[in-house]
Every structure is written in C-alpha cells, then in structure tokens.
Ligand binder design. Structure first.
Ligand code: ACO
Length: 333
C-alpha cells in the first residue's frame, strides 16, 4: 500500500510573551543563567485560552493547510498532559468546535513525546484501512501546572499547540519508518500528580500533612540532571536505530526536529550522533519547552519557512515523562 504522510500542518502560540527578565522579577534567576543553561530567551504564556482553545486554533490551521474539510476527518487524536477536563477529552471538545461530525476522538498521554505517539498511532489506523484522514494535535497549557517557586523547572516551559493532518500520502511528507519506546521504571523522573484517592473507605487522617495532601494541586516535578542524561541517550539511540532500520546514513538526512527541551541537550545529542548541529531545527529560544506541542510547532515552522525541498528527509525525535521516547523518519515529496 502507499505510504502514510502528512498533508497539512498548523500551529498556534498564545500572544503573551514572558521573557527571562520577567521571571527574574519574582524568582532568584537571571536571563544569563537561563540562556546559557537552556538556550531559552522567552516563552508564550496563555492568559485566557485553555488547552482545547489552543488545540482548536492549531487544528483549524492544519486543516486549512491540508485542503480537507472538517467533515473529511475520521479521527482526532489530541496529545496533552494539561487537558481542560479529566472528562471530556480535549479531542472531543475540538471535534465539536471544528464540526468534525464524522470523526472519532480521543486524548493520548505520552508527555513530551505526545505528538510522535499521536502521529505513529494515526499512521497505524490509516495503514490498517480503518481511517483515511486523521488530525493529530499536541496542545499544552503547562503554565497551569508549573511550580512558579521552583526556579529549576518553571523557567523551562511554555504554552502552545501544533497539529498535523495525516492521510495516505499524495504530496507532503511520507512516513518511511517510525519507533515508539517507553521505560516505566523511570516514571518518577518527571511527574505531575493527579488528585489523591478519596472515598468513604479511605482512612481519614486529620493530620496537617494529610490535609495538605488532599488539597494538593498538580505540579510538575523533575529530576533535571537525570532527565538530561535520558534525553541525550534516547535522542542518540532513536536516530541511530531509525537510520539503521531505513538503511540510510546520517548524510541522507536534511533536518532533525528534536523535542524542544533544552539547547544543551540537543548540542550533546548532536555530538554523540556525530551529526552537525545545524541540521537540528531549534525554536526553543522563543517558546521554551511546550511538551506535546513542540515537535508539531517546529515542523509547521520549518515547512512554512520554505526550506524543504523534494526528497529531503527529516527525523522527528522526542522524549518525555513516562519515560517515553519515539521517532519518525519522513521524506518530502
Ligand atoms: N536560575 C538560577 N540558578 C538556578 C536555576 C535558575 N533558573 N535553576 C537551578 N539553579 C541553580 C541550582 O539551584 C544550583 O545551585 P547550587 O549549585 O547552589 O545548588 C545550580 O543552579 C546548578 O543546578 P543544576 O541542577 O546542577 O543545573 P544544571 O546545569 O543541571 O541545569 C537544568 C539545570 C537546566 C534543569 C538541566 O538539568 C536540564 O536542562 N535538565 C533537563 C531537564 C529538561 O529539559 N526537562 C524538561 C524536558 S523533559 C521533557 O520535556 C519531557
């Protein structure tokens, strides 16, 4: 059968820009520290839009770009760790707003690897013949789950959404090969808690600590240095694996779009794969780490820049909480 490919992309970033200097107004940090340790200069923070609002805006743009109508979409997958509700899914809210009346819709959690997990899932549905056209969206309002007193984590993240429409490939980027991986033994390296167990059978402990625990808000916690090492290793392993599987060499690759977490992670990965840093697309200086949205936003920006030529090959590679990782090899036609 023909390849599965990307026939449209879109992205949306909230308007409000938060600079490193803005952060240093209320945190013991500095523009110099954040820039040199991460490469991030500023990020977008949503002041009034929810995750589904951002997802909708990115989805509309991807749909317009694909030339399809909302009724043509058979499935909507939304990757997010910051949904508006536990129920309904972000994907169902987007379905309603798009008027995608013929679509099934669900959310998927793979943290910062979410866009890649979503795209590989879509690829399988299209390959199997179950669906023809799938809208995959990565959308996050991470700003609502950041600990704004923890300078080692809150400076890293931002809000945004990226989207792709996938279909049996005509023009656009066709998927040559892909890979997904998880390592649950490292689940505690990067966490964002949900609500604790509470029902009539749970022992009520009236201690102050227990009450604080009951009121606990979800917040991102991270073991930064461990995540750093995991990230460098998995980017390297994924790139090597996917090149091997496709029987290609690194010279055959035009661009690599890594999850936009930290410039130093990407520089280390570039050294360890022995692939020049200028092949790695980066926009994290402007948006920080937008988790599930980052790869979709970066792909949309690369395509809009008009830099891609026919037969260019791109690797998308991500890593994130879970821990999860994954990669996709695309060829442009
Ligand atoms: N401003 C100023 N000082 C800071 C800040 C800050 N924002 N954050 C930490 N520091 C201090 C620390 O308190 C520490 O001070 P101390 O020596 O007095 O104790 C010092 O800087 C060094 O701290 P380290 O944690 O050793 O700094 P490191 O060089 O490892 O950088 C960072 C920290 C940027 C978090 C790094 O570990 C990292 O990038 N890790 C990867 C994490 C990441 O990218 N996570 C998100 C991606 S994961 C995902 O997307 C799923």
């Amino acid at each position: 059968m023909s390849h599965v490919g990307i026939i449209g992309t879109g992205s949306y970033l909230p308007e409000h820009i938060m600079t490193n200097d803005d952060l240093s107004n209320f945190l013991d940090t500095s523009d110099e520290w954040i820039r040199t340790r991460t490469g991030i200069r500023e990020r977008r923070i949503s002041t009034d839009m929810t995750t589904s609002d951002l997802a909708y805006e990115a989805g509309v743009r991807a749909l317009e770009n694909s030339g399809l109508k909302s009724e043509d979409i058979d499935l909507i997958i939304c990757a997010t760790i910051t949904p508006d509700y536990f129920m309904p899914s972000c994907a169902c809210i987007v379905q309603d707003r798009l008027g995608a009346i013929n679509a099934a819709a669900f959310d998927l959690v793979a943290a910062c690897t979410g866009m890649i997990y979503g795209m590989v899932t879509a690829e399988q549905f299209i390959k199997s013949g179950m669906y023809e056209n799938v809208l995959v969206i990565g959308s996050e309002t991470l700003s609502k789950v950041l600990d704004w007193e923890d300078r080692s984590s809150c400076v890293l993240f931002g809000d945004g959404a990226g989207a792709v429409v996938m279909s049996k490939s005509r023009d656009g980027g066709k998927i040559l090969t892909s890979k997904l991986e998880s390592d649950g033994s490292k689940y505690n390296l990067l966490t964002c808690s949900a609500i604790p167990l509470q029902n009539p059978y749970v022992n009520i402990d009236n201690s102050k600590e227990a009450k604080i625990e009951m009121l606990r808000q979800p917040k991102i916690k991270m073991f930064g240095q461990e995540v750093f090492k995991y990230a460098v290793r998995t980017i390297t392993d994924n790139i090597n694996y996917i090149l091997n599987k496709a029987k290609l060499t690194k010279e055959d690759i035009t661009y690599i779009i890594p999850h936009q977490a930290n410039q130093r992670i990407i520089e280390q990965a570039s050294k360890s794969c022995k692939i020049p840093i200028d092949k790695f697309f980066m926009n994290l200086d402007r948006y920080g780490n937008t988790s599930a949205a980052s790869v979709g936003i970066a792909l949309d920006e690369l395509l809009s820049s008009g830099q891609l030529k026919r037969k260019d090959r791109i690797i998308l590679v991500g890593f994130g909480g879970g821990m999860t990782s994954g990669s996709i090899l695309l060829e442009w036609s």
